[in-house]
Design a protein around this ligand. Structure first.
Ligand code: COA
Ligand code: MG
Length: 299
């Protein structure tokens, strides 16, 4: 499967599973995906209540006609909480789980087996629940980022996060005085992109924590799009329209992609074509096709 065939995920909004009315707000935010969080935003003593709330929310809403996709971020395999999370939420039939601290393809195979068991118990088709891997959240995970190709049909994309990684490194901060990621985390971000590309999966940019700064978010998200990310995690509803806009191709981009495809179609066998005095070769054609495929899936 290529990244072109994967569903479009421009904005993925986190909401703590125990946040009550915020869940409805998230559903109405315009996000392509709502991620009900059982992990970092839930304290250990609140996990059982949060699992129950997630399950009830899924059950109440998964048949809604026009809803965003519903994902649940579970607790990682090293926490001892994954099984209880899956037992609680799989019967609610989430569209996918966000799998934090994924450490390479083997960890996805492990999660896949757990999901298969819970799907069987819940009477769901095997493979019904997809997986978005949150990768490069640990040093070991970073070194395994190239091992996700073809490990599971469930895998629909990759994302990353700098917070746990900086805790593991013992760093004082993961940002400089101007708010930009420092070198180790820029490196991790790049590794996420390379790992996703190697596995032919879409890459999703991590959260922008300064949620009142919408211009900063816009610039940072444009940079993410430039580098190859096709969507972004969000923590606040106000971030959703900005992210959707940046990841929705403009009319100008669409026209340009169509012109490139038309020029190649008019010159069969050509390795390169000229449009308005500029050279376009095969990689441009591939990018143009990918962009139009993304547009097709937004309709
Ligand atoms: N999903 C849905 N609604 C949200 C929301 C979210 N992620 N974040 C804020 N809102 C709602 C608030 O409830 C509030 O609603 P109200 O006007 O009816 O009271 C409105 O949006 C404005 O919120 P605001 O006052 O600007 O922010 P806040 O102080 O209430 O919340 C956070 C700030 C960070 C606590 C909140 O955005 C949040 O919970 N984010 C998600 C955290 C998370 O899941 N982290 C894990 C992944 S890193
Ligand atoms: Mg985390």
């Amino acid at each position: 499967m290529t990244s072109k065939e994967k569903p479009t995920m421009r904005s993925l909004l986190f909401v703590p599973a125990d946040a009550g009315a915020k869940l409805d707000k998230a559903m109405a935010s315009g996000a392509d995906v709502v991620i009900i969080d059982l992990e970092d935003s839930i304290t250990p003593e609140r996990k059982p209540a949060a699992r129950q709330a997630a399950r009830e929310y899924l059950t109440a809403h998964n048949a809604d006609a026009k809803r965003p996709r519903l994902f649940v971020r579970i607790n990682g395999l090293d926490t001892g909480m994954t099984d209880a999370d899956l037992e609680a939420i799989v019967p609610g039939k989430p569209d996918a789980v966000l799998f934090p601290k994924a450490e390479g393809g083997a960890s996805v195979v492990h999660l896949d087996a757990k999901l298969s068991a819970q799907e069987a118990i819940a009477g769901l088709a095997e493979g019904a629940v997809k997986v978005l891997a949150q990768n490069v959240e640990s040093a070991a995970g970073l070194f395994l980022a190239g091992t996700f190709k073809d490990v599971s049909k469930r895998l629909i994309g990759m994302t990353w996060g700098p917070e746990d990684l900086s805790a593991e490194l013992g760093a004082e901060s993961n940002r400089d005085d101007n708010g930009f990621l420092t070198e180790p985390y820029r490196f991790a971000r790049s590794v996420c992109l390379f790992g996703a590309a190697a596995a032919k999966l879409p890459a999703i940019e991590t959260v922008y924590v300064d949620f009142r700064n919408s211009e900063g978010l816009r610039q940072d998200t444009i940079a993410a799009r430039r580098d190859g990310f096709v969507g972004r995690l969000a923590i606040h509803p106000a971030q959703v329209p900005v992210i959707n806009e940046v990841f929705t191709p403009s009319a100008e981009q669409i026209d340009k992609a169509k012109a490139i495809i038309a020029a190649f179609a008019a010159n069969p066998g050509a390795g390169a074509v000229g449009i308005d005095g500029k050279m376009f070769d095969r990689p441009h054609l591939v990018r143009a096709q990918a962009l139009l495929a993304r547009v097709g899936r937004l309709k």
